[in-house]
Ligand binder design. Structure first.
Ligand code: HPA
Length: 274
C-alpha cells in the first residue's frame, strides 16, 4: 500500500533543494544502458539515491542509481540514472516515488526511456520506438490506496497518457535526423523472467508492439500529477520466440550501446521542445 505520503515527497524534494538551487522543469528517466545521457548534462549536480530521504536504491546492473541535475539543450533537467523496477521487490508506489519528487521540484514534462523487446514483426533490434500508448499488465497500480487530492484526482484520465504534441515533435525530429522512429504500444510486465513465446503471441494479439519491465507505474503517477509524458523504447532484442535464440541482459546492454548516438541525437533535440 501507499506507505509513502506527500510528507515523504516534500522531505525528499527539500533535501535535493539543499544540494542545488536549480529548478528543473523536465524530468528524464533513463532505461537499461541508456544512462549515458547523464554524461551530457552541463554543470551537473549528482546526488546518489541512497542520500535522498525515502528514495529506494536500484539494484540492477546497468542502472547507476543517482539523480543528475543540470542543463541539457538549454533546459534545466533532473535525470534519473537508474530507476526502480517491480522485479526488484519494490511496489509500484515506490517505483513511482521519484516522479512525485520531480513534480514537487517543479517538473512539468517527463521523458521516459526503456529497453524493450520487439513484438511487432516489422521491428528490428536496434530500432527506437516512440511509445504511443501502454498496456499495464503488471497487475498493480501505483495509485491503489487512499488518494491524496493534493497530488491528483482519484480517477485520473489516461486517454492521452503519451502527449500527442511531444509525439509529433519526436517524429519530426527523427525525420529531420534521417532515421525511422517506430511507433507503437508498450506493454509493461513485472518480469524479471523474460516472456515465453506463447506469452509474446498473446501480447501481440492484445495489441502490443513492444514489451518491457518498467515505465507503466511511473507514467501512471506522472499523469496523476498532471505531468506531460513522452516515452521512447529502445528495441534491444526481438521478443521471445521470434528469432531462434535465447534472450539475455547482455544482448540488451549491447544493443543499447550500439544505438547510443541515434538515441542521444533524438533525445537532446526533443528536450529542447519539451
Ligand atoms: N522482454 C521484457 N523486457 C525486456 C526485453 C524483453 O524482451 N528486452 C528488454 N527488456
Amino acid at each position: 500500500m501507499n506507505q509513502l505520503t506527500n510528507a515523504h515527497i516534500k522531505e525528499a524534494a527539500a533535501y535535493i533543494r539543499e544540494k542545488t538551487s536549480m529548478a528543473p522543469v523536465i524530468g528524464l528517466i533513463m532505461g537499461s544502458g541508456l544512462g549515458v545521457l547523464g554524461d551530457h548534462i552541463e554543470q551537473p549536480v549528482v546526488i546518489p539515491y541512497h542520500e535522498i530521504p525515502h528514495f529506494p536504491i536500484s539494484t540492477v546492473e546497468g542502472h547507476a542509481g543517482e539523480l543528475v541535475l543540470g542543463t541539457l539543450s538549454g533546459r534545466t533537467v533532473v535525470l534519473m540514472r537508474g530507476r526502480f523496477h517491480m522485479y526488484e521487490g519494490y511496489g509500484p508506489e515506490l517505483t513511482a516515488f521519484p516522479v512525485r519528487v520531480m513534480k514537487a521540484l517543479g517538473v512539468a514534462s517527463l521523458l521516459v526511456t526503456n529497453a524493450a523487446g520487439g513484438i511487432n514483426l516489422a521491428f528490428a533490434s536496434g530500432n527506437l520506438m516512440l511509445i504511443s500508448d501502454h498496456i499495464n499488465l503488471t497487475g498493480r497500480n501505483p495509485l491503489i490506496g487512499p488518494n491524496d487530492d493534493e497530488l491528483g484526482v482519484r480517477f485520473p484520465d489516461m486517454s492521452e497518457a503519451y502527449s500527442k504534441r511531444l509525439r509529433s515533435a519526436a517524429q519530426e525530429i527523427a525525420g529531420a535526423q534521417g532515421f525511422t522512429l517506430q511507433e507503437g504500444v508498450y506493454v509493461g510486465l513485472t518480469g524479471p523472467s523474460y516472456e515465453t513465446p506463447a506469452e509474446i503471441r498473446m501480447l501481440r494479439a492484445l495489441g502490443a508492439d513492444a514489451v518491457g519491465m518498467s515505465t507503466v507505474a511511473e507514467v501512471i503517477a506522472a499523469r496523476h500529477s498532471g505531468i506531460e509524458v513522452v516515452g521512447i523504447s529502445c528495441i534491444t532484442n526481438m521478443a521471445s520466440g521470434i528469432l531462434d535464440q535465447p534472450l539475455s541482459h547482455e544482448e540488451v546492454m549491447e544493443t543499447a550501446e550500439r544505438v547510443k548516438s541515434q538515441f542521444l541525437g533524438l533525445v537532446k533535440a526533443l528536450i529542447a521542445v519539451m
